[in-house]
Design a protein around this ligand. Sequence first.
Ligand code: KET
Length: 451
Amino acid sequence: MKTIDFSSSSSPSDRRIGALLRHLTSGADSPIAKSSVLASPTSGVTGGSVFAHLVQAPEDPILGVTVAYNKDPSPIKLNLGVGAYRTEEGKPLVLNVVRKAEQQLINDRSRIKEYLPIVGLVEFNKLSAKLILGDDSPAIRENRVTTVECLSGTGSLRVGGEFLAKHYHQKTIYITQPTWGNHPKIFTLAGLTVKTYRYYDPSTRGLNFQGLLEDLGAAPPGSIVLLHACAHNPTGVDPTIQQWEQIRKLMRSKGLMPFFDSAYQGFASGSLDTDAKPIRMFVADGGECLVAQSYAKNMGLYGERVGALSIVCKSADVAGKVESQLKLVIRPMYSSPPIHGASIVAVILRDKNLFHEWTLELKAMADRIISMRKQLFEALRARGTPGDWTHIIKQIGMFTFTGLNPAQVSFMTKEYHIYMTSDGRISMAGLSSKTVPHLADAIHAVVTKAV
Ligand code: KET
């Protein structure tokens, strides 16, 4: 390390630092060494940044779309990037039941802000397990399910991934091709090896069921398989119940471990129970599985970051041990989860009336999305836009996988100020009756223009 004498420097700022040092070191028991200071790369006094070598990282492929949208001054701009629900007026929606639940929480002066336990709000955990597995789930009755509150769907996937990387004998997870862009990153960082299985057939814009069965059939026994519980992201293509049954049989026969990502319960069909069916089929056979739940979309609690990870085990004894190990994953990661969002969910799920009101609001959101699908399809038909656009009405959930390519997406952004992910996914929840014609014009223009 080099010693610098600031008092003789010709630079005014160095001289100011020198004066400051003289002042600080004038006391007899000053902690600072007399008349000189050691210059290290992090001293903040000389030299460049120790981070100067960094390259600018690209924006996230999904959340970066909103960053670009926010920068666009155009009055006609339209954000169909992130999967976040908007009203007919294009505004974010706070559900009425959420407002009511928050009011209840505020009115209750006995509520405190102490840390939650590592596993989160216990009542929330119990109610979340019931919501996804069903009121009458034998697994819950037999105390074979352990549920921990996590930071929304993402946090639940990450905690589940790290738990498996630490304690499960197979370290490979198979994810759908394509899938939500964050999946491979979450599981790789959790310590798993990520591989893909065929899922979507671009030629039919539907499920490649044969490819799916072949790939899962060829996976090493015991491999982990990530399954989208409903409303597959980004394709909007779900297996039928009969196909789910075939998937279940195949997976159980090979001992593959199901890890469900349930980010859209209620958003696909409008019914919480219908959308949870594939998971309940797997739980009903008595086998083990993991489920990551998110309340971001179905309760509109995006920024509250509230979700849950449930692990269904063979026995209560194993479930207890699993929970003890989950705590060891969570404690050094973020110690314990936040209290507010989980409290809102617990208020709604425990109260019969509020729960009923929630199901109506959820159904209204799902119905509005379905109506957007119909309107967009009709608008393209009315324009005589070349191509088969029936997938818009056949696909399910928040997204339509349009089939538009990155160049077409970029044209629509540049010329029409329509923002979407480069894979051609559009969030139907971001559309409204007012903006459908603009989107249809843009799609029509891009597919008819000579490139
Ligand atoms: N799983 C899937 C399939 C998913 O689409 C999302 C979010 C999540 C989990 C996680 O959501 P969370 O907010 O952590 O509960 N998807 C939307 C938002 C995002 O990318 O963060 C999206 O695809 O637009």
